[in-house]
Design a protein around this ligand. Sequence first.
Ligand SMILES: [Zn+2]
Length: 347
Amino acid sequence: MIILMILTLRSKVKKPYYKKLNRLVPEVNFVWNYINSLSSYMVINRRTWLSHFDINYYLAGATKGDGALRLAFTSLSEIAKIYVNRRQQAKNKHILRYRGNKSPGWIPFGPKTVTYKEGYIRYRSLKIKIFDSYGMDKFTIKTGNFSRDPLGDWYFNASVEILEQYGPVGNLGEVGIDMGLSTWITCSNGQKFETIKFFDVDRLNQARSKSKKHLQREYRAISRKRRDYLHKTSTTLAKSYNFLVVGDLCSKWMVKEYGNMAHDASFYNLKEKLKYKTAKFGSILKLSPEAKTTLTCHSCGSEEGPTGKDKLKIREWTCSSCGSIHDRDVNAAKNILALGRQSLASV
Ligand SMILES: [Zn+2]
């Protein structure tokens, strides 16, 4: 899920530029006080509560021509908007407090008013240098303000939109994942994802006998189905668990040894998908060496399990040292999880 978030980024203004901003403060106060008088006058004499759109009408032209304000028009409009808001909060008192020299320094601005380039904020003809700790050019500045704190320092507060990737955090805890050919994925808790045979030799031969195009289409269909299955499985895993340990087996060897079967299993591809999906959903992925995970008894540690090519045939085995009966793949997944925990602890 992608969520649009609005953040306020606060950056300090460089000291030599304070003067420029200080000069604008009386204009903000002037506009505020004008709106305050106007609004109160209209309530008393016309029984009208002005909206901020109404007020904009009275402010038109104040930023142009002789004796024009140095403020941008969107600043005036923002002041009006905030004024009306405060008036409503004050239970529609017809007049608010006037702003004076002791009021906090504050210069709001509306959309499409300021731009940022190489350390400088441009506001009308002013260039204000800021300490940019966010990499401001990555963002589109919506609205915001300059504000002066009680110590006289100025800050640039920009409201920006960002797109956040967001997914539910897994609640099934930690898991070890064994990848194999007979069962594709086996989790240490016993959850399994079966290998699907995407290659259908008969269908491929049929397509081949028709035309090259038929064959290409058949291959494309296979790779689409496989990709879809890979996406669904990796998403399920990355979303369900907070900590995933995957056996880092050598897939090149597998492909050489088992051909299309290993292709369908797409071990490498699955690992790559898990890498970015765990990052996206906020879970942790650890790759752990696979050596001896099938061979070792999870309960007692003795190495008496199935080895080599034989291990593909043997699905269940009994440890002669401790008598535990193991599902081959679940036992391997539990060992993988244990290895992942160790490597996490040693970091
Ligand atoms: Zn044992």
